[in-house]
Design a protein around this ligand. Structure first.
Ligand code: MN3
Length: 248
């Protein structure tokens, strides 16, 4: 090997090593196959930010697998945040609000960005509420006032679980099934398409199931019923019972 070609080879190796390091560093930005590439201009980095997952990615194993949690939180939730930041760019009156304020008053939002905020603000709000509603608490159950209200509405916790399951399975395409607290303090189950959120009609999400395929397809494929069953194994009833008592 001549010194020139040796130098070229070394440079190529360094370039490859650099590329590998770069690729690793950018790992969080890699897009799943089939997802549209990000626009070439970097999206604004604020005012909305991705909240960290409040537990380890593998904390919900074997019910919710770590790979799905990585994709769901780091890619899907991040995408809602990025697109929400794009939507509010140039709208200081929107950028100064919380995401919960935005989705609670969609009618007040200029029509040019209303759909983007409904979808991406809804996605950011729903997922921000959802992560803490999960934990590895096999077999736990609602407590206190929430347990009473669930029994008042559904008869038993088991009957409630059946009804939430039915609601989750009834969602056509992507969406959510939620247990919500109504303005009068009672609870009910409602479903929402896409990233529409009960917050828009002043119903407070108490606990819910994300039935977008991105939430379960890697592990459960088309078996949404198995995924919903798994959801009940990771429902954080201690947390949501406390939140129910705390919320107006
Ligand atoms: Mn989701």
């Amino acid at each position: 090997m001549s010194s020139v070609s040796r130098r070229t080879a070394i440079m190529q190796i360094s370039a490859l090593a650099g590329a590998a390091v770069l690729a690793e560093g950018l790992g969080a930005e890699r897009l799943p196959i089939g997802q549209a590439a990000a626009p070439s201009a970097a999206p604004p980095t604020g005012p909305f930010t991705l909240p960290p997952l409040p537990y380890a990615y593998d904390a919900l194993e074997p019910y919710f697998d770590a790979e799905t949690m990585h994709l769901h939180h780091d890619k899907h939730h991040q995408a809602y945040v990025n697109n929400l930041n794009i939507a509010v760019a140039g709208h200081p009156e929107l950028a100064s609000k919380t995401v919960f304020e935005l989705v609670a008053d969609l009618a007040a939002i200029s029509e040019s960005v209303r759909t983007a905020i409904r979808n991406n603000g809804g996605g950011h709000a729903n997922h921000s509420l959802w992560w803490p509603m999960l934990s590895k608490r096999d077999g736990s159950a609602p407590k206190g006032e929430l347990a009473k209200m669930i029994d008042a509405r559904f008869g038993t916790f088991s009957a409630f679980q059946d009804q939430l399951t039915k609601a989750a399975l009834s969602v056509f395409g992507s969406g959510w099934a939620w247990l919500v607290k109504l303005p009068d303090g009672a609870v009910d189950i409602e479903t929402a398409p896409n990233q529409d959120t009960p917050l828009t009609v002043f119903h407070k999400p108490i606990i819910g199931v994300d039935v977008w395929e991105h939430a379960y397809y890697l592990k459960y494929q088309n078996r949404r019923a198995d995924y919903v069953k798994a959801f009940f194994q990771v429902a954080n009833w201690d947390y949501v019972s406390g939140e129910f008592a705390r919320k107006a």
